[in-house]
Write a protein that binds this ligand. Structure first.
Ligand code: ZN
Length: 433
């Protein structure tokens, strides 16, 4: 083997290693995004590990036997930083974000591909096979993401919008549905000859960008998503019953079941169910069983041990590489399970959870809790056509969470959307006529 052959060979091998490292950094990064999209701060060790992987990629691309290749160092760091900002934008736009982040988020399906031109120019200008290989890998991943979102995501059935949904949509759109659709990239809205319908999501397609439509734009939950939430709530409650777990409807789902007579809140964005951990039903047993059942029945289970939360998503678990890419989407149909433990706090037996819910008071141990006798023994209440377990004293439970829960409170993240919505309901309230 000549010297040139050997160095070419080494170059190809290092380029392949750089590609593998990039894929690892990308996966680790999209996995990390589950925190902001679940309203939580990213874990420090995971953030450092992801950062280290990205630094390894840049180092491998720009270091050689001759020293540091400055143009490659600058281009690879700028390229990876820009791409990761684009990838993270939808997760950060779960909360109202700055205009540039909102802009990137609303183009999140394909914004990564905007780097294709700069990558081509840099790849041609800098003859570094490692840099070229990393950029080709990154752009291939972006291309696949775009294809999965766009080409395979538009096959759902058409749902009619009921009068209530339509009135909310029209009011939020200030009666110009076309402009509203264009401005917010609402691909599911189908407008033809004056008729308005909704191209529904399905288990096999990407879900409607739930967070954007419901929490930000103040629309009613889409009919497809409502239907899937019904299936999901019945499925999760069924799993918990089968396990013999003491569980109850929580938060907005309990509020819907009680105040809306067995329905969902119009703007419901998840299903909330709580579970009591006991000596027999440990955290490990609960999560393992749910993961197993979910894998078998086509549900995705994400576990947040530190906050005592488990989120179960309606759509099918993807293959390993694509699994965490769900964190690039703007919302999904999900059941959030929070676990409680029985403790004594200030001399009273309470059921305690780790994360705050509504106005639930703090416990002596640093969690949040409700008196045990308000929850146990549980009873059942109808939710979307099926009886589901709820606290034994649901009104008192809801009072602890929301105060006067009979009064409607709009929980949208966008105050303007909430104001418009409050006006629609006030106008339609027969009591106000
Ligand atoms: Zn949907």
């Amino acid at each position: 083997m000549t010297g040139t052959d050997a160095s070419t060979y080494v170059g190809i091998v290092t380029a392949a290693v750089a590609c593998v490292l990039y894929v690892a950094a990308y996966r680790s990064f999209v996995y990390l995004l589950r925190y902001p999209r679940n309203w939580a701060a990213p874990s420090l060790p995971e953030t450092l590990a992801t950062g280290a992987l990205a630094v390894f990629v840049v180092a491998l691309v720009s270091l050689s036997a001759d020293g540091i290749d400055m143009p490659s160092l600058v281009v690879s760091s700028v390229f990876i930083t820009a791409l990761f900002i684009i990838i993270a934008a939808p997760a950060f736009a779960f909360q109202p974000a700055s205009r540039p982040v909102e802009f990137l988020a609303s183009h999140g399906d394909y914004a990564g591909l905007w780097l294709l031109g700069p990558a081509l120019i840099a790849g041609l200008a800098i003859p570094n096979i490692k840099l070229q290989a990393v950029m080709v890998t990154a752009m291939a991943i972006e291309g696949l993401w775009f294809a999965r979102q766009r080409l395979f995501g538009q096959v759902g059935q058409l749902y009619p919008l009921n009068e209530r949904d339509l009135s909310v949509l029209k009011t939020q759109a200030k009666d110009d549905l076309k402009a509203f659709q264009r401005r917010h990239h609402i691909r599911e809205l189908v407008l033809s000859n004056g008729a308005v319908s909704w191209r529904g999501c399905e288990k096999s397609t990407a879900p409607c960008p739930f967070n954007l439509y419901v929490n930000r734009l103040g629309l009613n939950t889409a009919p497809c998503c409502r239907e899937h939430m019904k299936d999901l709530s019945h499925y999760v409650a069924g799993c918990l019953s089968k396990m013999g777990a003491v569980h109850w409807l929580e938060g907005g789902s309990l509020l819907g079941a009680i105040r809306e007579n067995g329905g969902l809140l119009d703007w419901e964005d998840d299903v909330d169910i709580s579970v009591l951990l006991t000596a027999d039903l440990t955290w490990e047993k609960l999560t393992e069983t749910l993961v197993q059942e979910g894998a078998r029945d086509g549900y995705y289970v994400d576990i947040f041990k530190k906050s005592g939360l488990i989120s179960i998503s309606f759509d099918r678990p993807r293959r390993w590489f694509f699994r965490s890419e769900r964190n690039r989407m703007r919302g999904e149909i999900r059941a959030d399970i929070a676990v409680y433990r029985q403790v004594v706090s200030y001399g009273e037996t309470v059921l305690e959870r780790h994360c705050k819910k509504g106005a639930m008071p703090a416990t002596e141990g640093g969690g949040f809790g409700v008196p045990m006798d308000i929850v146990l023994p549980t009873k059942t209440t109808p939710l979307l056509g099926k009886d589901i377990a709820c606290p034994g004293k649901p009104d008192e439970y809801l009072e602890i969470l929301y105060g006067n829960f009979r009064e409607i409170e709009y929980t949208y993240l966008d105050p303007a959307a909430a104001k418009v919505r409050a006006k629609i309901d006030a106008d339609n309230d027969p009591a106000s006529v």
